[in-house]
Every structure is written in structure tokens, then in C-alpha cells.
Design a protein around this ligand. Structure first.
Ligand code: GBH
Length: 488
């Protein structure tokens, strides 16, 4: 079980690596610079400016397109082993396809990668972090099975251009956010909200597209480039509210992230059985001629199974699960939540961040790590995002508490045998927080959006993280001197 918060200094295992993360649309700006074409986020924020809480967009964001040298300086200040960033598909391929490669866009990523490597900071590169080419969206985006080719052609270009120097690849960031929030809901672009149907079409195509990119890397590039490639899951922990909800909570986990993890990491592959059964039964009762969950061919099952060298995990928080019978008939259209037949919530006494969904629940993180170890035969795990939001300000003790509590839980899981190899703080700096605009701040560095220079200033948490990385240890009593940040 999760141990009491330690009072002593705890060491990380040899070889354990520390990083921070960002994503293209959230930091780069330069939305139409040097030949870049629009993504679905450019489209959404330009056509419906107040789709974000502050009616702002990522046209300039943290301006990393111009300020990448300062970004690398911050990585050096923190002493990072690696930095995770994502490529903008439309910056590299403005037509969406590989017929025209945009040299200026390629140059930007070469500059960033080369600047990092000068200081021995490894690039960990996400191919797709939500900024789909708008043109592909108009052709159905992730619901169009042709996306398997569109995505894998793009992936091949990226391996060719950068794979001599990039040794860690992430194909897709958070399938559940892409498919559920983008296609089955209104939380993220393209906000299609075609519930109970579109998110499942997306899920199938996304998994096959991911797997195809994986196999291209594995066969055509790994022999000479020698890197690793995988996918990163967004997994909350779902805890049963009472003993009666144990089975239900497990079903919710399978729907929420087993949907993407089971096809890749289970022995049998394919969508989780509980998902297939529940959706098939509901679909039949609702009068559909076939299940709303698209089926994989047996060839596809095999192609997806095992298509990740590590379990990429973005882990943030925990929800409780219960069944509320009084909600029978509550959903008037088929939907993901109706399919899984459960409700989730977070008790009001859980302390939390500026983001409503983000509570500091380290035991949930521990349970999640344990479950991944037990269910999937102890795969290598890369924590590719973990972090905490505030409304701004440099004194961010709550963020420090959160990072420490989660690293403690991570060390407990390692002691019990989990093979966790990397830890990544979301985020290096404040950035465009999707539909929350700039109202929520996740950065170790604060970004001043009022200044043309987008001045970056280390928060207290940056000093604490720097010491964790330097000492390769967690000291619960360390109090940083925040007067001056240096490069050691
Ligand atoms: C990550 O997603 C993203 O990868 C990253 O880009 C983002 O900046 C970071 O989290 C912080 O949010 O509007 O209440 O329905 C984490 C998973 C999925 C959490 C979508 C927020 C919407 C919540 N996210 N979810 S709500």
C-alpha cells in the first residue's frame, strides 16, 4: 500500500530521467509564419474566438517559435535530461501531405533540437498533440479511415528529417482526449459532439494509425536510428465509492483508458471485452443494426497488439465511481457515459488546482501505477505528463506539494517493482491551456503575456524541481533560495 509521506530523503534509481513537456500549439505561436497552414485549433479560435474562456488564442502563445533559445536556457537551468515537445503537422507539411515539405518549419525544429543537443538535453518528440491539419478535419479527420495513411506518411517524414537525432518518439498524445473530447463532446477542437458514435470511429482509426506509424519506425528506421516509440495515454485513476462499485469502477477504467491500452498491452489485444459487450448490447437495444463500436479485423488486432515500446502515461488525478439508479433514462441520446453506466465525481474536500478536474490525489497515482504493472506484465513506464495548475504568481507551494506527493507515490511503486523510467512535469512554462485559454497556468516558469518578449520567470517550483533533478533525490524539507536562477 501507499506509504505515509516520507520525512527522509529518498533517492531515485540509477538511470532514472527527468524532463518537462510542452506542445506545439500551446507554446509556439507563429500560427501562419513562413508557410504554416491552419490546424483545427487555428480554425476554432479564429472562427469562434470565445470558444476559449478568455476569448484568446495561440497565435503568439509563449512565442517559442522565436524564443526557443531561451526555452533551452530554461532546460539548462533546470538541468533536465530530456524535453518533450510536439511537432506541428501543418508547419512541416502545409498541404497535410508529404508532397511539399516546408523548409522553414523544418529549420525551426532543427534549430530547437540542435540547440538542445549542444547541452546534452535529449529531445522526446510527440508527432501529434491535437493540432490536426484543418484540411484533414474537413475530410472527417480521425473518423476517416484514410487517416491511417495520412498520419503514417507524416510520421515517416518526421522520422526521415529528425530521426538521426531524436531517439524517443510519441505518436499521439492522449487518444481519449482526441476522440472523446474532440468527437464525442464539446471540450476540445473540433467539438463535433457526435456522441456514442464518432468517438468510437476515431478510436479505432487512431489506434490503427498509431500502429502503422509504429511498424514503419520499427522496420524502416529502428535498424539504423535505434530509438524507441510509443503512445501516451491519459489515465485518471477511478476508485469505487463503495464496495458495491468495484466492478463498475473497473468497467469505467476500461472505457476511459483501457479502450486504448488494452488493444496495445493486453495478451489478447482488441478493445476491452467489457466495452465490446456493453456497447453491443446497448446498440442492439437502441435499434442499431450493428454495434456502435467499430470492430478491428483480426489483422488489425495483431498490428496494434504490442505496438508500443513503453507505456506512456499522462497522469494527473483521481475520480470516484458510483452507480446512480435514479439516472435511468437520463441520457436521451446514445453516449459514452450512457454506455458505461456510471457516474464519477471528486469529493469537495479533496484539495485541488485551478483546473476544476485536477485534485492532488497521490494514492490514486500509486494505484494506477500498480494496476499498469499488474495488468500488463510490468511494462517500462514513461510518465510523460504530471503537473498542477494555478492562476499565476511565483509562489506556488501547492504545485511543489503536488509534485512531491506524486514523486513519493512513484517511488513507492518502483520499490514494489514497477519499471518506471522517466518523469515529466507538465509544463516547462505557462502556455495556451486549450479551451481554458491563458486562465490556468501549469508552468514551472511563469510567462508574462503582457510583455512583447513573453518574459519567462522561474517559479519557486522551478527551484525545487532543479534540486530534485540535481540531487536525483526527493528531500521533503528542501527550501530553495529563489533569488537567482543559475545554469550549473
Ligand atoms: C493534458 O491533458 C494535455 O496533454 C495537455 O496538453 C494539457 O495542457 C494538460 O493536460 C493540462 O490540462 O473540461 O473538465 O471536461 C490532461 C487530460 C483531458 C484534462 C481533457 C482536461 C478536459 C476536462 N485532460 N480534460 S473538462
Amino acid at each position: 500500500a501507499l506509504k505515509e509521506a516520507r520525512q527522509s530523503v529518498r533517492k531515485f534509481p540509477d538511470g532514472f530521467q527527468f524532463g518537462t513537456a510542452t506542445a506545439s500549439y500551446q507554446v509556439e505561436g507563429g500560427w501562419d509564419a513562413d508557410g504554416k497552414s491552419p490546424s483545427i485549433w487555428d480554425h476554432l479560435t479564429h472562427n469562434d474566438p470565445c470558444s476559449t474562456d478568455d476569448c484568446k488564442n495561440g497565435d503568439i502563445a509563449a512565442d517559442s517559435y522565436n524564443l526557443y533559445k531561451r526555452d533551452v536556457e530554461m532546460m539548462r537551468e533546470l538541468g533536465l535530461d530530456f524535453y518533450r515537445f510536439s511537432l506541428s503537422w501543418t508547419r512541416i507539411l502545409p498541404t497535410s501531405f508529404p508532397d511539399k515539405i516546408n523548409e522553414a518549419g523544418v529549420q525551426y525544429y532543427n534549430n530547437l533540437i540542435n540547440e538542445m543537443l549542444k547541452y546534452n538535453i535529449q529531445p522526446l518528440v510527440t508527432l501529434f498533440h491535437w493540432d490536426l491539419p484543418q484540411k484533414l478535419q474537413e475530410m472527417g479527420g480521425w473518423t476517416n479511415p484514410h487517416i491511417v495513411d495520412w498520419f503514417s506518411d507524416y510520421a515517416r517524414v518526421a522520422f526521415e528529417l529528425f530521426g538521426d537525432r531524436v531517439k524517443n518518439w510519441i505518436t499521439i498524445n492522449e487518444p481519449s482526449a482526441v476522440c472523446f473530447h474532440g468527437y464525442g463532446s464539446v471540450t476540445l477542437a473540433p467539438m463535433l459532439n457526435i456522441q456514442g458514435v464518432a468517438e468510437y470511429m476515431c478510436a479505432k482509426n487512431l489506434l490503427v494509425a498509431h500502429a502503422k506509424a509504429y511498424h514503419i519506425y520499427d522496420k524502416e528506421f529502428r535498424p539504423t536510428q535505434g530509438g524507441t516509440i510509443g503512445l501516451t495515454h491519459n489515465a485518471f485513476w477511478y476508485e469505487p465509492e463503495t464496495e458495491n462499485d468495484v466492478e463498475l469502477a473497473e468497467a469505467v477504467r476500461q472505457f476511459e483508458w483501457g479502450q486504448y491500452a488494452h488493444p496495445i498491452f493486453s495478451k489478447t489485444g482488441d478493445f476491452p471485452p467489457v466495452m465490446k459487450e456493453k456497447i453491443a448490447a446497448k446498440s442492439a437495444a437502441q435499434g442499431f443494426k450493428r454495434t456502435r463500436l467499430p470492430e478491428f479485423t483480426s489483422e488489425e488486432v495483431e498490428m496494434v497488439r504490442g505496438s508500443s515500446d513503453f507505456f506512456g502515461l499522462n497522469a494527473y488525478t483521481t475520480f470516484l465511481v458510483y452507480k446512480n439508479e435514479s439516472l435511468e433514462g437520463y441520457y436521451d441520446v446514445p453516449s459514452f457515459y450512457d454506455d458505461y453506466e456510471a457516474l464519477t465525481y471528486q469529493p469537495t474536500h479533496w484539495s485541488g488546482a485551478a483546473s476544476v478536474w485536477l485534485k492532488d490525489v497521490p494514492w490514486g497515482f500509486y494505484n494506477l501505477l500498480t494496476k499498469i504493472r499488474e495488468d500488463y506484465d510490468n511494462p517500462p513506464v514513461f510518465i510523460l505528463e504530471n503537473g498542477y495548475s494555478t492562476r499565476g504568481g511565483l509562489d506556488d507551494d501547492d504545485r511543489i506539494t503536488y509534485i512531491r506527493s506524486h514523486l513519493n507515490a512513484l517511488l513507492d511503486a518502483i520499490e514494489e517493482g514497477s519499471d518506471i523510467q522517466k518523469y515529466t512535469v507538465w509544463s516547462l512554462m505557462d502556455n495556451f491551456e486549450w479551451t481554458r485559454g491563458y486562465t490556468e497556468r501549469f508552468g514551472l516558469y511563469e510567462v508574462d503575456y503582457e510583455s512583447p518578449q513573453r518574459t519567462r520567470t522561474p517559479r519557486k517550483s522551478a527551484f525545487v524541481y532543479k534540486e530534485i533533478v540535481r540531487s536525483r533525490a526527493l528531500d521533503p524539507h528542501y527550501e530553495p533560495d529563489t533569488t537567482v536562477m543559475t545554469i550549473d
